[in-house]
Design a protein around this ligand. Sequence first.
Ligand SMILES: [Mg+2]
Ligand SMILES: [Zn+2]
Length: 179
Amino acid sequence: MPQKLIILDRDGVINYDSDQFIKSPDEWKPIPGSLEAIARLNQWGWRVVVASNQSGVGRGLFGMDTLNAINEKMVKSLAQVGGRLDAIFFCPHSADSTCDCRKPKPGLFLQIAERFNANLDRVPVVGDSLRDLQAGVAVGCKPYLVLTGKGMKTRDDPALPEGTLIYPDLAALVADLTA
Ligand SMILES: [Mg+2]
Ligand SMILES: [Zn+2]
């Protein structure tokens, strides 16, 4: 059995995405059912970790204090429905950076594996963009695409990893995982 650990992208999976970046707590708005889905995972014994590219920091669109405030809003909103995240990992670097943590590079996933002393083999990775899934697949994760956020566009990408499972949204995916 793979461990009960699941890795979620943030924007477009937990909250609505924006091409203009989510750059203030006000702009962070949960996708209906996503917070309750995370709480349900918790109840079923899953550890839930977020891995997110936040290049708005590297581009100077918002600072670390703002990113922390946005994540704090997510954590508090989640707590209101009885849910919690075990950790939030993010890459703050810009798209042209040569860092090893910006997805599709697997750096964030390697950090997660180290922090949780976990083997990520077949651990579910949930994303709405190709790079979320590619980063996970690179370390053995099982890819799940949700059709929220950029998911509809991603579904038609010929580079979609083989065996990717597709769900309308996080709530539907979690209903299946906890059935
Ligand atoms: Mg996304
Ligand atoms: Zn990075």
